[in-house]
Design a protein around this ligand. Structure first.
Ligand code: SF4
Length: 362
């Protein structure tokens, strides 16, 4: 790429995918530190990535989700036509289209840049795993492996905890306050109990039992993180004793990220919280029901692991479903906390638990 020209990375949505795509600017800069990196995403995600150490400018697709009182990420916000107009004024030498949908294709076409990179999305391979698994389609490699190869790096290399440098020191400190001195002293696991699709949610009583087992086995506390409005939050609130309800964290995602920065481990359904592990270099365990780790969204680093119960009906969908088509949701109900604890023991044994969170800027 010509010196001084920029690389544009496109990933408009969704949250988990954007968190994984946010590794790419660091990969690109590792391959060529002189690169400027631009990042096109929806407004709500640009706000989440505000302060990212490797993104020089955001191009935010308006979705009217922004908090007018919040500091805006540095960059341009507007409709697709506005972004195209502004991006034409950047000296863009290469485009990495991670989204590859109609809108990103329109953006790529309009910019007419010679070097266009489209990493494999493996959509067909995932569908074959659901609908024609007797053909034996190979597992999709972890997405960060694909992204490192796309950037010309060793696919097996390290990811880099970009999120630690993205959060401000004040956010990290507020995260520590929310965790509390008790859990900061013992250490804790952040449990991601929510998920957009019901078939990807492990039952709340299993998470509550898991927290007890984690305390007994590792001496660690637990905080339960659920998105605002997720049914898992209400279910947990109804079964946790009153004295334990402050362990339930229902907060904007940026606050969840600041709390996660203090965790010794992350255990999560197949949802965005799981992807905070590699972004913070915190070991993680994914809990899989109707989806499977072989879709490429698990085990992003050697410190990560994943659990699931082998069943003839798994996986029953590429993204998860609103309800189990067989009515019993046994893929999650049969998954015992003991299996998750064993996986957590393995990932904790693979490296020193991190217990110091750092914000890189004020
Ligand atoms: S039990 Fe089988 S069919 Fe039901 S949600 Fe799980 S994987 Fe899908």
């Amino acid at each position: 790429m010509a010196s001084g020209s920029a690389a544009l990375v496109i990933r408009f949505s969704s949250l988990g995918d954007v968190l994984l795509a946010a590794h790419v600017p660091g990969f690109l800069r590792r391959a060529d530190p002189s690169r400027r990196v631009l990042f096109a995403t929806k407004e709500r995600y640009a706000d989440l990535l505000r302060g990212h150490p490797h993104i020089h400018r955001f191009y935010s697709l308006e979705d009217r989700s922004g908090d007018p009182a919040a500091p805006a990420p540095m960059g341009i916000r507007g409709g697709l036509a506005d972004l195209i107009w502004a991006l034409r004024r950047e000296a863009i030498g290469e485009i990495h289209d991670l989204h590859q949908n109609l809108r990103s294709a329109r953006l790529v076409r309009a910019l007419d840049v010679a070097r266009r990179v489209t990493p494999p999305k493996y959509a067909l391979r995932r569908r074959l795993r659901v609908y024609a698994r007797w053909l034996g389609p190979p597992a999709v490699p972890p997405l960060l492996r694909t992204y490192r190869a796309m950037c010309g790096l060793d696919p097996e290399g390290a990811s880099g905890p970009w999120l630690r440098e993205t959060l401000t020191r004040a956010e990290i400190e507020r995260g520590a306050e929310r965790v509390g001195d008790g859990l900061l002293g013992t250490g804790f696991a952040l449990l991601g109990v929510g998920a957009r699709w019901e078939t990807k949610r492990w039952p709340a009583d299993r998470f509550a039992a898991l927290a007890e087992e984690i305390r007994d086995r590792f001496g660690l506390g637990a905080l339960f993180a659920a998105p605002q409005g997720d049914p898992a939050a209400g279910a947990l609130r109804s079964i946790l004793p009153a004295a334990r309800r402050d362990a339930l964290l229902v907060a904007p995602f940026r606050e969840v990220m600041a709390v996660a920065a203090h965790a010794q481990a992350i255990v999560s359904n197949d949802s965005a919280v799981l992807h905070l592990g590699p972004a913070l270099d915190v070991p993680s365990v994914g809990i899989f029901g109707s989806t499977v780790p072989e879709f490429g969204f698990a085990r992003q680093s050697p410190r990560d692991d994943a659990v699931g119960v082998p069943m003839w009906c798994r996986p029953c969908g590429v993204h998860g479903r609103a309800r189990c088509p067989l009515g019993h949701h046994a893929c999650m109900r049969r998954l015992e906390p003991r299996l998750v604890v064993e996986a957590l023991g393995r990932v904790l044994a693979r490296g020193e638990p991190r217990n110091v969170a750092t914000g890189s800027h004020a």
